[in-house]
Design a binder for this molecule. Structure first.
Ligand SMILES: Cc1cc2nc3c(=O)[nH]c(=O)nc-3n(C[C@H](O)[C@H](O)[C@H](O)COP(=O)(O)OP(=O)(O)OC[C@H]3O[C@@H](n4cnc5c(N)ncnc54)[C@H](O)[C@@H]3O)c2cc1C
Length: 504
């Protein structure tokens, strides 16, 4: 393996979707061409999945790392800004709540604001908790400015993006190639293993070409050509908790103002996404095929679209879950080749980003180190499981009266989630584990948002006199309303700073 001292010098990335190009760009950022060669193999004929248009704020760290200039990136990908997700009809029909990229204000006497909100809620009618969220204050008025343009408490939020997935892959490709990544066009027919070590030694492409390497990163999408098919690593199926297994996706013409948020609307057997881009809107319906036919799913999707439909709906099938291991021998799977969780919280690109960064952290300098491989696998598995639990939490206390929703409300939960909800029910706290992607305000947004309230608020809340409490809470609401007045409209901000050059 590798160059002098057995060091790994030849990195081969199989697949050129978001996973492949993010991984290649990250490797190129840290491994100078003098010490490593990075080759990416992809097949135009097979193409990429091309959905994946909504992100989470962690992507800002990736962009900073890669030296990506935000206006340039947003403009090149027909992008818009995202302050969170609006949920409609989750929990029960008519419910509306927001998971914003921020919290509900500073702690009051050592307790988070939602504890005080619970007390007010007990005392009588109170405005929805989202009224104390800076992202929601801006989002509901279609306003946007990046946090660095705001001051003090008004800057306490984060943002992410919506973008065109194909343009994003092309953008990353240009970036990675400029940093020395070599792209090879071709269909991979086989990954050949060394008879003695069992490690992958080379890829065999159509026409008999060979691509040799020391480490192979499997970004071949759902095919999981190297980790799943060649190394035989099994898939752990999570359908028992996440019954949705299909999606129908369709673009529509842009309608109205650009909302700085993703919308997710619960439907009879799944949910529908709406993602605003500068030139069009991305729409999709994620559903459980046990409860809805493809034709019915497409009909529901089309009925919920607010622009002109621009293409034939595309149907996609998936199995929620993850590979038993993500790194086996000298193969590491990233992206859809590693696992899939429905895009309810837009976490797939995050998992790619953290996978690529973790790979760098645990990449062996000599022969693969079993302890480092085990640690990579442990951390990655936990990250998937935490996100899985968060997604299940959106479903499992539903009061909707349709077969899918009745089933998920009655199912046995993973132990980790059951414990979280038991603690929540008792006292309104969310116990957090190692490698959580979502902190307490995110859980609170979903739980209180769906009217899943604990039996008690924290009794320490009573130490703050009610009048004083109402005044503190009201001050923050007013402060947010005023702060948002200073933000430009989302449309205006985009037109002034990052309008797309090509909106075809
Ligand atoms: C319905 C749906 C909605 C989604 N929405 C979101 C979202 O809003 N936000 C989000 O973060 N994520 C979302 N995702 C996930 C996101 O699309 C993917 O995680 C992301 O695009 C990465 O895909 P990938 O690169 O792993 O796979 P792909 O895009 O499928 O790329 C696979 C690559 O491997 C290549 N390849 C495969 N086989 C071969 C072969 N034999 N030879 C050569 N090359 C080969 C292909 O040509 C391609 O380049 C969504 C996914 C689905 C299914």
């Amino acid at each position: 393996m590798g160059g002098p001292d057995n060091r790994i010098t030849r990195y081969v990335v199989a697949g050129g979707g978001s996973a492949g190009w993010i991984t290649a760009a990250v490797l190129a950022r840290f491994l100078p061409p003098s010490s490593a060669s990075i080759t990416l193999v992809e097949s135009e004929e097979i193409g990429i999945i091309g959905v994946g248009e909504a992100t989470v704020p962690l992507i800002g760290q990736l962009n900073a790392l890669l030296g990506i200039h935000e206006p340039d990136f947003v403009s090149a990908t027909n992008g818009t800004f995202k302050l969170g997700i609006e949920f409609a009809d989750w929990g029960e029909t008519g419910n509306r709540h927001f998971h914003g990229f921020g919290d509900f204000g500073e702690d009051i006497a050592g307790l988070p604001p939602h504890q005080y909100w619970l007390k007010l809620r007990e005392a009588g009618p109170v405005a929805p908790l989202s009224e104390w969220s800076m992202p929601w204050a801006a989002a509901q008025r279609d306003r946007f400015a990046p946090p660095q343009a705001m001051k003090g408490e008004a800057a306490e939020f984060r943002h992410a993006y919506h973008f065109d997935a194909a343009l994003y892959a092309a953008y990353l490709r240009r970036l990675a190639e400029s940093k020395g990544v070599t792209r090879t066009e071709g269909r991979i027919l086989e990954a050949a293993r060394d008879g003695g070590t069992g490690l992958v030694s080379h890829l065999i492409l159509d026409g008999g070409r060979r691509v040799e390497g020391d480490v192979f990163i499997d970004c071949t999408g759902f095919a999981s050509l190297l980790l799943g098919q060649t190394m035989g690593v099994a898939y752990r199926d999570w359908s028992e908790w996440l019954p949705c297994d299909r999606a129908a996706a369709v673009p529509s013409s842009r309608a109205g103002r650009l909302t700085p948020f993703t919308r997710s609307t619960a439907l009879s057997a799944g949910w529908q996404w709406r993602i605003p881009l500068q030139n069009r809107t991305g729409n999709g319906h994620v559903y459980a095929s046990r409860f809805l036919s493809d034709d019915e799913a497409v009909a529901q999707l089309l009925a919920g679209i607010d622009g002109e439909v621009l293409a034939e709906p595309r149907l996609l099938r998936f199995t929620p879950g993850r590979r038993e291991r993500f790194w086996e021998g000298n193969v590491i799977a990233i992206g859809l080749a590693a696992g899939f969780l429905e895009p309810l919280e837009s976490t797939a690109l995050q998992l790619i980003q953290t996978g690529a960064m973790r790979l760098l952290e645990f990449l062996p300098c000599g022969t693969p180190d079993p302890a480092l491989i085990a640690e990579y696998n442990r951390q990655t598995a936990l990250e998937y499981e935490r996100i899985r639990d968060f997604i299940i939490a959106h479903y499992c206390r539903s009061r909707r009266d349709e077969p899918l929703w009745r089933e998920v409300a009655a199912m046995d939960l993973p132990e980790t989630l059951a414990h979280k909800l038991t603690v929540w029910d008792a006292c309104g706290r969310v116990p957090l584990y190692d490698l959580e992607s979502h902190q307490e305000p995110s859980w609170v947004s979903i739980l209180i948002g769906q009217d899943i309230l604990p039996r008690h608020y924290n009794p320490r809340v009573d130490a703050v006199p009610e009048d004083q409490l109402r005044s503190i809470m009201e001050q923050r609401r007013q402060f947010l309303a005023q702060a948002v007045q200073r933000m430009p409209g989302h449309d205006y901000f985009i037109s002034r700073t990052c309008a797309a050059q090509d909106t075809a």
